[in-house]
Ligand binder design. Structure first.
Ligand code: GLC
Length: 749
């Protein structure tokens, strides 16, 4: 047996070594081809590779530019016949035959639309993220797209910011895990697989910290916070092999990312060893003039090129000024050579030189059964059960009539959420359609939207909705946000339900019937009032094409919710920014403070104590990070640490028992949080370090374990060095960020 084991190990090692050698030799071949091609290029052709245009529509017009070698990439061309026609011009009619890189924003699906990334993050399931990206890549590459501007992995802690919808929420670790999974899904096992598309982690970096949650606004993130909170997801994406990066619109402490040499060279290249290429965001180079960071386009081009932006998205400053900048010595030709090397390297890795065309004859892969099934699975796992009084959910056999109401019950376009340029609403399966088709034989369905769309203020039909609600055993109210209300440039200063949705919920509650409110939105909303009026509350961040069947199965009990909040839900906007991994301050809230309505008249100045809270909102959120209920219940017990004293090179093993103590099979997302009690700088009160999904049958108990290398407790400290500092640590194994029993351990020298 021992001999056999040794033999197998040797074989494995040999194959690993040979794989490494093979990829090394492939890389060597690619580097040789890059250098060989670069040596033949004129300066104009090099600058042409650094230029990305958005489709001009007219093929002939684009062909003229391509023939002259003035286009490296085209975004927003999605017709395979057109893509091949443009590619043929590049391959056969330009001097050097360099293929185009066709790009598109494929953020959460191409045709089969998955839940928005914030929804996918709620699943706490990297397989959901990877599978969603893989399906998107298969569908997008089938029309000739080989580069997507995703994953968006901006940490977002301000739901006023419309783009919170596009990322994975507030947490560094969750975003790192989900973002890396998306990179793997988009890029597959090998970039030169025709179904692989180059990923582009964005927006590098700190964009989600836009002051006041207003898109494109300035950020003020000091280096330590950048390194401890905002950069790790991008580093995880680099480790996952991301082929490209996109710079962000924001100026951080006065420096726009498209001109920020520190993040683009020191961090991305020197520290992380990234060898792909960096693209600007849409006109973000030219916008450095608007920022007041460059006096004109020429200076903007100079600052961006010297900072390390390899390709310019649509604003043409490189085409118009780089040649003169090189002539004037303000940009060295080596800068251009390096940029073009990075671009050509990715084009070679994608196999575009050998296989530039897409198979136009190939049968459509859009909406394939497996794709729809994956999208449904994602929507099921992304749904978060926030309230379930009297266990009204799942609907039992006694329920014979349901009233389906609300503007989101049958809103196929809205349900897909933001960034679905190629989504087709005729393929969306809405909750109304799904409930009718899947459960129409079990219950009588009464339908009245009550409002025409989420912003509708017309109360005329609210009474109609209330009337059918009064005749039902249970009311299913689908409310939330139209797609346009989140996403880029779509920020809100008020996060209450729009239009007359709140009035609709109140009218439905007045019927006295059990009210199940289902919210489909692009962000957390301040829905405390509606939550109080509802018997149950299910939150589904824009669930995509298969949201209807997913929600129907969840409501009728074929599926059991398992999602957890990937972002804190504030009670009111005034509490924002609000996130669980905050610092403690010197006067943390006790959570027993006297609130506004209980403060006596002429209360003494210091009678309320001096702690950090809001008199009108207290300290706690509506729902904390990591929160989500199930139709069953889970019990955590027997939490054990492998040691309570560890050295930096050790691995802490945490084991615990998890039991399903209810009557439904269900999945729990168990979470591991750690607190560094004291450091050379103040540290967050908690940080998520591990999570895992555990599926249990009723009564089943499993022993679960987390492996946490002590090295992962490292942070950027007072000397701006990433170190593990010895000292005391708290640890929680919990069902959300505000629960669990604290254990302690020490890190020693
Ligand atoms: C946009 C977005 C970016 C997107 C790009 C191309 O302005 O900021 O995320 O990828 O333009 O559409």
């Amino acid at each position: 047996m021992k001999v056999l084991k040794t033999l197998v190990t040797c074989l494995l090692l040999t194959s690993l070594v040979s794989c490494a050698k093979q990829s090394e030799s492939k890389e060597k071949v690619i580097e040789g081809r890059v250098e060989n091609l670069l040596s033949k290029m004129t300066l104009e052709e090099k600058i042409g590779q650094m230029n990305q245009i958005s489709s001009l529509g007219n093929i002939e017009e684009m062909s003229v530019l391509i023939k002259k070698g003035e286009v490296g990439s085209i975004l927003n061309e999605i017709d395979p016949v057109r893509v091949n026609a443009l590619q043929r011009v590049a391959m056969d009619e330009s001097r050097l035959g360099i293929p185009l890189l066709i790009a598109r924003d494929v953020i959460h699906g191409f045709k089969t639309i998955f839940p928005i990334p914030l929804g996918q993050a709620a699943s706490f399931d990297p397989k959901v993220a990877e599978e969603g990206a893989r399906v998107a890549a298969i569908e997008a590459s089938s029309v000739g797209i080989r580069w997507t501007f995703a994953p968006m992995i901006d940490i977002a802690r301000d739901p006023r910011w419309g783009r919170i919808a596009e990322g994975c929420g507030e947490d560094t670790y969750l975003t790192s895990v989900m973002g890396a999974a998306m990179v793997k899904g988009f890029q597959g096992d090998s970039l030169n697989d025709p179904t692989s598309i180059a990923a582009c982690p964005k927006h590098f970096v700190g964009y989600g910290a836009a002051e006041a949650g207003r898109d494109y606004n300035s950020t003020f993130i000091p280096e330590r916070r950048l390194r401890n909170v905002y950069l790790p997801p991008f580093e995880a994406a680099a480790k996952a092999g991301a082929a490209t990066y996109m710079t962000s619109f924001n100026d951080n402490d006065g420096v726009p990312s498209s001109g920020n040499e520190f993040i683009l060279k020191q961090i991305l290249r020197k520290e992380w060893g990234f060898d792909g290429f960096v693209v600007s965001d849409w006109a973000s180079i030219k916008e450095m003039v608007t920022h007041g960071f460059a006096v004109d386009d020429k200076e903007a081009a100079m600052k961006a090129a010297n900072a390390g932006v390899d390709m310019e998205m649509v604003s043409y400053t490189y085409m118009n000024h780089l040649k003169a900048l090189i002539k004037d010595g303000e940009v060295k030709e080596k800068v251009v050579d390096d940029a073009v090397r990075n671009i050509l390297r990715i084009k070679f890795r994608l196999g575009l030189f050998d296989n530039p065309y897409v198979d136009e004859k190939r049968a459509s892969v859009m909406y394939a059964g497996a794709h729809l099934a994956a999208a449904k699975r994602a929507a099921v796992e992304s749904a978060i059960l926030l309230k379930n009084s009297k266990n009204v959910l799942p609907l039992n056999e006694a329920v014979k009539t349901v009233a389906v109401v609300g503007p989101m019950a049958d809103a196929p376009y809205e349900q897909m959420g933001t960034w679905v340029f190629d989504g087709d609403k005729t393929h969306t399966q809405t909750p109304l359609k799904a409930i009718k088709e899947m459960y129409g034989d079990r219950v009588q369905i009464l339908y009245e939207p009550g409002l025409a769309f989420s912003r509708d203020k017309n109360l005329a039909d609210v009474s109609k909705a209330a009337a059918i609600a009064a005749r039902a055993d249970v009311i299913l109210a689908f409310v939330g946000e139209e797609s346009i209300l989140s996403g880029e440039a779509h920020c809100l200063a008020d996060l209450n339900l729009q239009g007359a949705q709140s009035e609709l919920i109140a009218a439905l509650a007045k019927t006295g019937k059990p009210l199940v409110t289902i919210v489909m939105a692009g962000r957390p909303l301040t829905i405390g009032k509606e939550a109080d009026l509802s018997t149950a509350l299910l939150y589904s961040f824009h669930p995509g094409t298969m949201g209807g069947p997913a929600l129907a199965d969840l409501i009728f009990g074929k599926e059991n919710p398992s999602g957890k909040t990937p972002v804190t839900f504030p009670k009111m906007v005034g509490q924002i920014p609000m996130y669980y991994s905050h610092n403690n301050s010197g006067r943390p809230a006790t959570r027993s403070e006297t609130l506004l309505n209980n403060i006596p008249v002429e209360a003494g100045q210091t009678s309320l104590g001096c702690t950090s809270f809001y008199m009108d909102a207290g300290f706690d959120p509506l729902y904390p990070f990591g929160f989500g209920l199930s139709y069953t219940t889970f019990e955590y017990s027997n939490v054990k640490l492998s040691s309570t004293e560890l050295k930096k090179e050790n691995v802490l093993t945490v084991t615990f028992d998890l039991k399903n103590t209810g009557k439904y099979q269900g999945t729990e997302v168990a979470q591991l949080y750690v607190q560094d009690k004291a450091g050379s700088v103040t540290r967050p009160v908690k940080e998520l370090k591990r999570f895992t999904r555990v599926e249990l049958k009723p009564g089943e108990k499993q022993t679960v374990s987390f492996e946490l290398p002590v090295s992962e407790l490292a942070f950027w400290n007072i000397e701006m060095k990433k170190v593990v500092e010895p000292g005391d640590f708290g640890l929680w194994v919990a069902t959300n960020s505000q629960s669990g029993k604290e254990l302690s351990f020490k890190v020693v020298e």
